[in-house]
Every structure is written in C-alpha cells, then in structure tokens.
Ligand binder design. Structure first.
Ligand code: FAD
Length: 290
C-alpha cells in the first residue's frame, strides 16, 4: 500500500473493494484477507457497508475495518456510507469517528432499500449526503460516489441518470467508481456521455471477476449488468467445474482490464469478494501495465 496515506497520482489508480464480516462474526477473517492483500499495494481499499444503517450495526464494522486499513496496514481506507437509513446525527457521528481514526475518504451512497425498514427522511439521494458532508466538513474528506455505465436500475434511462449524476458531482464529489460491467463498450460510451454532460472528475472502472454461476446471476439481477454472449458460453460450459470457472473468470476480468488500460482509464476498482487468490492473480498480470 502507499505509505503517504494518499492515493498515488500520475498513473492509473488500482484499488480493491472488500466487505466486513457480519456483526456476530469475528473481525479476524477480514484481517486475514487484508494480510494477504497488503503486499499487492493497492492505491486504496474501500470497505462496504450494509444499507441497514445504524439499525444492524453494519456501519460500526465499516468504520473499524476502514480505520484498521489506515492505521494497522498503513494504507488508504475508504468507508462506504449508504445514507438512506441514516439520520443526520448518525452521519455526523460517523464523520467524527472516521476523522478521529484518520480516515478521510468516503464513498457517499444512497444505498438500497431494506425490506421492513422504513427509510429515514434525512437523505433522499446520494447528492444530499455529498452536500451535507461538504457543508459540515468543508474539504476535509475526499468524497467518492457511485456511477452506472448501463444506467441505474431505477432511472428512466441513461441520459436521465447522467443528469442526476451531474447534480451529485456538482455537490462536491472528487472521484467516481463505476458499477460492475462485463462489456467495456458500455463504459466507453458512458465516458463520452459524462464528458459531454460536463462531468470531469476521474471515473474508475468497477470490475468483478466472476467465479461462480449463482454469484453472477444474482449480481446481474440486482444491478442489471449485461452479460456478453461469449461469457455466457463460458459459464454454461464450466458451471459444474468450480476451478475451471474460477480460472475462466479471472482470465475474462484480466482481458477486460487490459483493454480498459489500453483506453487510458483513470482507474480500476476490483471487487475482490474478499478473495485474495483472485486479487493476486489479476494484480500480478496487470501490474506492469498500470
Ligand atoms: P443515487 O446517486 O442517489 O441514485 C439513485 C437513483 O436516484 C438513480 O436512479 C438516480 O438517477 C436517481 N437520482 C439521484 N439523484 C436524483 C435527484 N436529485 N433527483 C431525482 N433522481 C435522482 N450499497 C450499499 O448499501 N452499501 C455499499 O457499501 C455499496 N457500495 C457500492 C459501491 C459501488 C462502487 C457501487 C456502484 C454501488 C454500491 N452500492 C452499495 C449500491 C448503491 O447503494 C445502490 O446502487 C443504490 O441503489 C444507489 O446508490 P447511489 O449512491 O448511486 O444513489
């Protein structure tokens, strides 16, 4: 990891996403993952947060793990903050705690609705959260936000989603990280459209190596990403051979990343699924290309 606690500049950013264990599980599992990822030297590691807000304590875990990345692993930890089930007071107290622990990077999100949990009314869109953080902390945080190369599932179309994205960026976003996608053409068209819409912050491409058929079917249903036919064929052929499918998934993701790097993307954000084997194989293949 970088030692200056700042993402490296002047080359393509390469970052990881991990998730913390559930509240009743020991934190050791995620620390073992971080031990294994540390020598891969990512520019930052972002830590997801369950959308349930303070109701299920998932925000506590995110703060703990992002703080450990910063203080124990001497890297750059980014705390995801999905606001839909948080109050303003919840957010202020999280910001205070993050700052006390030296975490100055946040991925500001709306989050998904949780069944049986009524959203709090304080933040309706991620842009409300971005504006709130800027109002209360000025420039003390680097604020990242999410974007969707194929459009967000609730948006009427991609153009409408990009107009909303512009509002979010204008509220004070420094950098965007994209939803996963499997066909780079969607990302290149998105880059053109966002530039035309006046969005000029760096955009990292979110890449998820597919390692099992169920996982990918769930992700595709959740986020609406298009699965290219060539990859559907690979899934069909190797679905009952876990090792072969894992290696095919790594090869497909690596090929996607090489093409993205060739196009000069601002960054690659790898959804590691807490799997150091996959993160290592991909990192080693692309390291010299960054
Ligand atoms: P928003 O930017 O608020 O957009 C949501 C919808 O509202 C879009 O359709 C948009 O077009 C529309 N919209 C936005 N602003 C306006 C406006 N002003 N007026 C009208 N419409 C508007 N979820 C989690 O719960 N935890 C996580 O840790 C997490 N990590 C993620 C990491 C990445 C990189 C990504 C891409 C997503 C992540 N998510 C996470 C999922 C995310 O919370 C969902 O996709 C959620 O549905 C939308 O969040 P958002 O921040 O993009 O919302």
């Amino acid at each position: 990891m970088t030692t200056e606690n700042q993402p490296a500049k002047q080359r393509t950013i390469f970052s990881f996403e991990i998730f913390p264990p559930k509240r009743d599980m020991p934190l050791d599992t995620v620390y073992r993952t971080l031990d294994d990822l540390a020598d891969l030297n990512p520019d930052f590691i972002s830590v997801t947060c369950g959308a349930g807000g303070s109701s299920d304590g998932s925000n506590r875990r995110t703060i703990e793990v992002a703080s450990a990345i910063q203080n124990k692993y001497h890297g750059v930890g980014i705390a995801h903050l999905p606001c839909i089930h948080f109050s303003r007071e919840d957010v202020l107290s999280m910001l205070r705690e993050l700052e006390q622990n030296g975490v100055h990077h946040i991925l500001a999100l709306r989050g998904d609705r949780v069944p049986d949990l009524t959203p709090k009314e304080d933040f309706r869109h991620a842009s409300d959260l971005v504006a709130f953080i800027r109002e209360h902390t000025g420039d003390r945080f680097q604020i990242f936000a999410a974007c969707y190369p194929e459009g967000h599932t609730e948006a009427p179309d991609l153009d409408a989603d990009i107009r909303n994205l512009r509002k979010k960026v204008d509220a004070g976003v420094n950098r965007l990280i994209s939803q996963l996608f499997f066909d780079n053409e969607f990302f290149y068209e998105f880059q053109e459209k966002t530039a035309k819409a006046g969005i000029h912050v760096p955009i990292e491409a979110g890449i998820m190596p597919v390692t099992n058929k169920k996982q990918i079917e769930r992700m595709v249903t959740l986020c609406g990403a298009t699965l290219p036919r060539k990859f559907q064929r690979v899934l069909a052929k190797y679905e009952s051979q876990p090792e072969a499918l894992r290696e095919a998934g790594i090869a497909f993701a690596t090929e996607q990343i090489v093409d993205l790097l060739g196009h000069g993307v601002d960054g690659i954000h790898l959804y590691t699924m807490n799997n150091p084997y996959i993160a290592r194989k991909i990192s080693e293949s692309i390291r010299t290309l960054l």
